[in-house]
Each structure stands twice: as C-alpha cells, then as structure tokens.
Design a protein around this ligand. Structure first.
Ligand SMILES: [Zn+2]
Ligand SMILES: [Zn+2]
Ligand SMILES: [Zn+2]
Length: 165
C-alpha cells in the first residue's frame, strides 16, 4: 500500500524531509515499475539529487553534483539532459521556467498542471495542484486548445517572513 499522498505545498510546511524524500523516491520507483520503465541508475541519481531539497537546480548544478560523486568518470551534459528529459516526460520532475531549473514533483505522475510558489528568500519551491483553474476555463471558452500552462508565483514564504525586520 502506498502511503498517503503529500499535502499540497509540502515545501512550506513543517515536515520531516528525510521521510518526504524517501516517500517520493519510493513513489517514483513504483511508478516506473508500473509503466515498465527503467529507472536506470543515472536517472535515479539525477532524481535523488533533485529530491535532496525543495530548491530547484539547474542542469549544470546537477551535472557538477554528479561529477563530484563520481570523480573518475566525467559525465557529459547530454547525459544529464537525457535523464532530465526522461524524468520530465514521466512527470517525476518539473521545470521551473522562470528559473530555468528543475524540481522534483511532489505528487509523482500526476497528469494535470501544477502551480508553483517560489520563495525569493530561501529559494524553495512549493508545488500546488489546483484543478479548478479559471484561467484554463477561460481559454477553453474561447475554444483555445491549451498545450502547456505554467503558473509560477514568486514571493516570500511564511517562514522567511518571520525573519524579516
Ligand atoms: Zn520535503
Ligand atoms: Zn508535480
Ligand atoms: Zn522562504
């Protein structure tokens, strides 16, 4: 039985991140098994790097981390991009467009769009999944076929606001 799904916006809730990390990795592994996909060690490594925190990371930061853990093999950027491509395609991670960075998905495998709250102080990103999106309804009423929708909201999280002033 899979454990209860994470509450929305987990990044900005007090939580045991080690548990959160373990749970998300387990969900991702299970999802790949269900879809008959190979979570190769490279893909898994990239996912684990992203699961380490709720802060998004750019492809080159991920590459640098990989090369630090395996100094004997120089990993080339396309390898990281291919792993990211796979993880994105399966909904295990998301791209934060405004930061040109990647974040692990808090609800692996969901198919509907996500919205992101980005704290400009601690750089953490919380994922929300608000299905009743008035914006998309409006697009639909115009007969517009939406391919992709990005909602990225920048601001300061509650925790960081406490430390101001
Ligand atoms: Zn966490
Ligand atoms: Zn997600
Ligand atoms: Zn913050």
């Amino acid at each position: 039985m899979s454990p209860k799904a994470q509450p929305p916006g987990i990044a900005f809730r007090k939580h045991d991140h080690r548990r959160c990390q373990r749970q998300l990795l387990a969900e991702a592994t299970q999802l790949c098994a269900e879809r008959n996909l190979r979570l190769t060690s490279r893909r898994r490594q990239v996912l684990e790097i992203l699961l380490a925190s709720h802060q998004p990371m750019g492809a080159y930061d991920i590459l640098a981390k990989l090369n630090r853990t395996a100094p004997n093999e120089q990993i080339a950027p396309p390898i990281v991009y291919r792993a990211l491509e796979f993880l994105l395609g399966e909904g295990l991670i998301h791209r934060i467009e405004s930061l040109n960075a990647f974040i692990s998905c808090a609800h692996p495998g969901h198919r509907c769009g996500a919205q992101f709250l980005i704290c400009r102080d601690c750089d953490q990103v919380a994922e929300l999944e608000v299905s009743d999106n008035g914006l998309l309804a409006e697009a639909g009423s115009l007969g517009f076929a939406v391919d992709h929708s990005v909602v990225e909201i920048t601001g300061v999280c509650a925790e960081c606001q406490k430390h101001v002033g």
